[in-house]
Design a protein around this ligand. Structure first.
Ligand code: 5GP
Length: 190
């Protein structure tokens, strides 16, 4: 997606060979026009997939996922991160380990918000090792709902996320694909 590619090149900051900072337009300050365009792009891509709900992991996925849900005219499910390991029978729960951040958290979704009739589009800001997306899939599958696909704003193709998810049979659409990061270096997949 050209608009997001331009933004990544203009305002993204490679803080290491693995991490891109996008604080000025996605994570800390949010560019509403860009989010609208991102939502319309995802919706255009997935409109024939029979999606009943969009899902994202709090918090940086919420803005683009909300605009996608608006464009598709379906509800947005926010999968919540919780440090608590307390079992709750009204919640689907799964543990996600983030190698990027070096932490584990419990991902939760209230059972009454999803059913086996749902066909869900997962949206997230980054695809790195695929742990967040895999956790979202596990949670949604606990409700016997099906996964329509995974929409990613920024994929880092030098990390194994896509391979892991494709091996499980998932369809992934990334708006921007980064092949290399380094000091003052952001290289996009042509
Ligand atoms: P994964 O589970 O695929 O390894 O990582 C996905 C999650 O980690 C994303 O939801 C995102 O919050 C965070 N993340 C991964 N890579 C980056 C990055 O390069 N920059 C930022 N800002 N977040 C990242």
């Amino acid at each position: 997606m050209k608009l997001l590619e331009e933004k990544v090149l203009a305002e993204g900051i490679a803080v290491s060979e693995n991490i891109l900072k996008v604080d000025s337009f996605i994570n800390h300050q949010i560019d509403p026009d860009l989010m609208k365009a991102i939502g319309e792009d995802f919706a255009g891509h997935f409109k024939e997939h029979g999606i009943t709900k969009v899902a994202t992991i709090e918090s940086s996925g919420i803005a683009p996922a909300m605009m996608t849900a608006l464009a598709l005219q379906v509800p947005l499910l926010v999968l919540k991160k919780s440090p608590s390991k307390v079992l709750n029978e009204n919640m689907y729960q799964t543990i996600v380990t983030s190698y990027t951040k070096g932490i584990s958290y419990e991902l939760t979704l209230a059972t009454h918000l999803i059913s086996d009739q749902d066909h869900v589009l997962i949206i997230d800001d980054f695809l790195a090792n695929g742990e967040a997306a895999t956790g979202a899939v596990r949670l949604i599958r606990k409700a016997h709902a099906t996964i329509a696909g995974i929409g990613i704003l920024i994929e880092k193709t030098f990390q194994p996320g896509r391979t892991k998810l494709e091996e499980q049979g998932f369809y992934i659409y990334s708006q921007v694909r980064i092949s290399k990061l380094g000091k003052d270096v952001i290289e996009l997949v042509k």
